[in-house]
Every structure is written in C-alpha cells, then in structure tokens.
Design a protein around this ligand. Structure first.
Ligand code: GBH
Length: 480
C-alpha cells in the first residue's frame, strides 16, 4: 500500500513524454554472454580500490536475462518512454565485426517496448567503451571517434526502422573529466591535459555519428546528445565563468555553435595547446540536432581561492588523485545550503528551472528533454498490509518539486518535450557500486526481486493524470 503521494497537477502539454531511464552497464549484467567483449568498466571495477566494496556490473540487476519482466514492469507503471543505452561491446567485436547476438538483444527490447506502447529512446554511449579501444588510446585517440561513427551506422541499420529518437553520447563531461582527469571513472587516468583531449574526441565522435544515424535510419529520426550541465551559483564572476566554460560550454560550444570559446582556450593554456583540434573538426562537430538531452541533479557554488587557508573542493566527486577541473584547480567548490541526497548533492529544483530557461534563451530553436533527473536515498523496506513496500517520501518529494520546476519552465516558454526519471531500477552506481539507490523500483540484490517504491506509484499516477489530460486536450494525439 503506497502512502498517499502528493498530487502533481499534470500541466505538461499533450505529446509530452514521461518515462524513466537506465544505462547498459548499470543494469544488464551478463558481461560475458552472447559475444560481449570486455569494456573499460569491467576492467576498472575489477581493479581493487576503484569502486565501493569492489562492486562490479558482472551481474548488476540481471536485466539482460530479465528484460521481459522489466518491460512488463514499465507497462505496469504506464511509462510513455524508456531511455536505455546500448552496450557498444555487445555490438562490435575487437576485429570490427558486428555481433548479431548483441543486435538481437536490443532488437527484442525495442520490439517489446513498441508492443507495449512505450517509445524507445536509445543512447549509443553511456560510458562502456570496448577495452581494446582503450588499449589503443581510448578517447585520447582520434580513431576512437571514427570507430564510434561506424558503430552508430551499424546500430541505425539494425534498429533505425523502429527507434525514432537517438542520443549519441551520455554526459561526455563524465567520460572526459572523471575518466581521464580525476580518475574516479574508467579508465581511471588522472591527467588534466588528457581530459581536455578526451573532451575534443568525444565531441568529434558525436559530430561524426549524427549523420550516420540519419543516413542509416529508415525513418526520420530525432538525433540528440545528452549533457550534464553544471548549474553554477555564486557571486564570484570569474569562478562562475571558468566552471561554466569547462563544464558546459566545452560541449555546447562545438556541438551547438561550432566553436570552442576563447575564454576556455585561455583558461586551459597552461594545460594544453589544443593542437588535437584539427582543421575542419569544428564543422564536423557542429551538426544540426533535433533535441538536446538535459541531465540535472544539483547545483554547485563556486568562488576563486585566495590562496589563504585550506582549499575547499566540495564538488561531490571522489578524490582519486586527479582533478576534473584542468586549469581551474584553484576554483573552490563551497558547501551548499542543502538539503542533500544520499550522494551529498544539494537539492535545488530552482536550478532545473533556471537551467531550462537559460538554455532556451540561448538556443530558442532547440527542443529540450530532461533525459535524467532523480535522487539517491537510503530506502527501507517496510511491511504493509499487502506485503513489503518502500515509503521513499524523500524521493517522491524530490520528484514532485523537480516536476513542478519543469512545469514552471514550460510556463516561461521553454520547449520541453519530456521528462525521464533516473532511474527505473536500483542499479550499479559507478564508483559507488550498489551503495546508492536511485530506483523508483527497488531491487533486492540477493534475489533480484523488483518492488515498486512509493515514487514508482507516484510516477504511475502522474503519467495517468497526464494521459487523461492529454486525451481531453487533443483527442487525436497518439504516443506513436
Ligand atoms: C548520471 O551522472 C549518469 O548518467 C548516471 O549513469 C548515474 O547513475 C546518475 O547520473 C547518478 O549519478 O557537483 O553537486 O552537481 C551524474 C553526473 C555529475 C551528477 C556531477 C552530479 C556532481 C555533484 N553527476 N554532479 S554536484
């Protein structure tokens, strides 16, 4: 019995998609099955000291074997859209050959979604780089971007008749700055110059993949990238400008405007000369896209360190020896007002509203979609009248307030097309292993049993109210 959840008046426009998101390595398990080859996350998570408790995605929540049951769960929640990622190491082997068994898994997943009336939103890269490509330099090697474009073409050929919405990269900020700069994510390098080089090759991978997705999809797909924006707070203009440049404009600049901003190049001049940017690259990266995916969790508050006393870096990242802020290491990340999630991230729904409004002001023609938003809390299983339940009221409250912020942004003119909650299921939370739970559905990691939390029941009600309202507003509108 879910506790009575606060109602959200469904004020999203008809056609707005409400759903949930996951990522391959975080949920699938079955890492050695059907021809999947190793990824950098297999290597990293199996390296002692890299993840909490030595946790790995070897089994994760066994979605690879339980996807039919998970599809039924999505249908039960009434999801209108489901964002998942495709594991590159299931699709292409070390010799560049396409693996039919890997394709087949995602083909069955997509068919299962469509038959349940759920729109598939497929991400091509959510951090699981094939290990052999890392051995050849990974995102420090320009060739990886070309391999990515080839993989994108294969995927579009196989699924492009049924998938209408593609995302090239998920959060290249994390891949570059946490993977190669701070060392908190795979492959675990701690080198600022490497991080900036990875930024550029990820941007290039996006730009090369976009035309491949269009060319090989048999429909007219909506092509997007998903970025995690840093919503930067503070009175110190210099500090705010620097972090905005490194974290946000390093991606929006080339992807949406065809340039790296002069201040970004200037701020990082001591770290790298950017000679990895070749003639013509910015034109390649600057592809028209149909949608921008926005992942939002929290804000940061910054100021320049004056060199006195201890340098504060309360940026929510594990200290693994390197910096995710090349060239701006002396920016301080200050403690924020809270309240905080179990990740220690500041809860600030107004940050979401501000972010959506400012993106819309800057790129008025570009539709936006919230491709991730959610929160980790230490859930407790209780015994209700009808059996076990999870009264995750903190997560419900987080979602209610962020949904309201999205509605406020729409009321201010933002062209927002959907809202995908992170995450459908509790899962492998990268460096934090299974210690942090983001699901609206609880997973018992011993039995793999799924249990819808109150937040899942709340989402079901919210979607149902939205469907009813949409039907009244636009009787001919369908989800297809
Ligand atoms: C996403 O990354 C991932 O796409 C997903 O796989 C992951 O499971 C999920 O979020 C939850 O972590 O400085 O206070 O903003 C999250 C990216 C980037 C979000 C930096 C929080 C740091 C804390 N994170 N940010 S704060």
């Amino acid at each position: 019995t879910p506790r009575q959840a606060p109602e959200v008046a469904s004020e999203f426009p008809a056609g707005f998609l409400i759903g949930a998101a996951t990522a391959s390595y975080q949920i699938e398990g079955a890492v050695q099955e059907d021809g999947r080859i190793p990824s950098i996350w297999d290597t990293f998570s199996h390296t002692p000291g890299k993840t909490w408790n030595g946790d790995t995605g070897d089994i994760a929540v066994d979605h690879y074997h339980r996807f039919e049951q998970d599809l039924d769960l999505m249908a039960d929640l009434g999801l209108q859209a489901y964002r998942f990622s495709i594991a590159w190491p299931r699709i292409v082997d070390a010799d560049g050959q396409t693996n039919p068994a890997g394709i087949d898994f995602y083909s069955r997943l997509v068919d299962g979604l469509i038959s349940r009336g759920i729109r598939p939103i497929a991400t091509l890269y959510h951090w699981d780089l094939p290990q052999h490509l890392e051995d050849a330099g990974g995102w420090l090697n320009r060739e990886t971007a070309y391999r990515f474009a080839e993989y994108a073409a294969e995927i579009a050929k196989a699924l492009g008749d049924r998938v209408h919405t593609w995302t090239t990269l998920n959060e290249p900020w994390c891949s570059a700055y946490l993977g190669y700069g701070s060392g908190a994510h795979a492959p675990g390098l701690a080198d600022g110059a490497a991080a900036l080089r990875a930024v550029h090759h990820l941007n290039l991978a996006h730009g090369l993949a976009v035309p491949q997705l269009r060319r090989h999809s048999s429909n007219r797909p909506a092509v997007s990238a998903t970025l995690n924006f840093h919503v930067v707070r503070g009175d110190d203009q210099e500090a705010c400008r620097r972090i905005d440049a490194l974290a946000n404009r390093a991606f929006t600049g080339p992807m949406l405007r065809g340039e790296y901003d002069a201040d970004l190049l200037e701020d990082t001049r001591e770290v790298t000369d950017w000679s990895f940017v070749q003639e013509g690259d910015l034109e390649l990266i600057h592809q028209p896209i149909d949608l921008l995916g926005v992942n939002y969790y929290s804000t940061v508050t910054v100021r320049m360190w004056d060199g006195e006393g201890e340098h504060v870096r309360n940026d929510g990242h594990k200290d693994m020896g390197g910096t995710p802020w090349p060239g701006s290491e002396h920016v301080e990340f200050l403690a924020q007002p809270g309240p905080f999630t179990d990740m220690g991230w500041n809860i600030a729904p107004d940050g979401l509203e501000d972010l959506l409004v400012s993106l819309h002001e800057r790129y008025p023609e570009l539709p936006l979609m919230i491709t991730e938003n959610g929160a980790a809390f230490p859930d407790v299983v209780a015994t209700g009248e009808d059996g076990p339940c999870v009264h995750d009221e903190l997560r419900v409250d987080y979602l209610v307030r962020h949904f309201a912020a999205a509605q406020a942004a729409i009321a201010r003119g933002v062209d927002l097309r959907g809202y995908l909650v992170w995450s459908l299921l509790d899962n492998f939370e990268w460096g934090f292993g299974y210690a942090k739970r983001f699901g609206i559905v609880r997973v018992d990691y011993e039995t793999q049993e799924r249990l819808v939390k109150d937040s899942g029941h709340w989402l079901r009600q919210t979607i149902s109210a939205h469907r009813q309202r949409s039907a009244l507003e636009a009787p001919t509108e369908t989800d297809a």
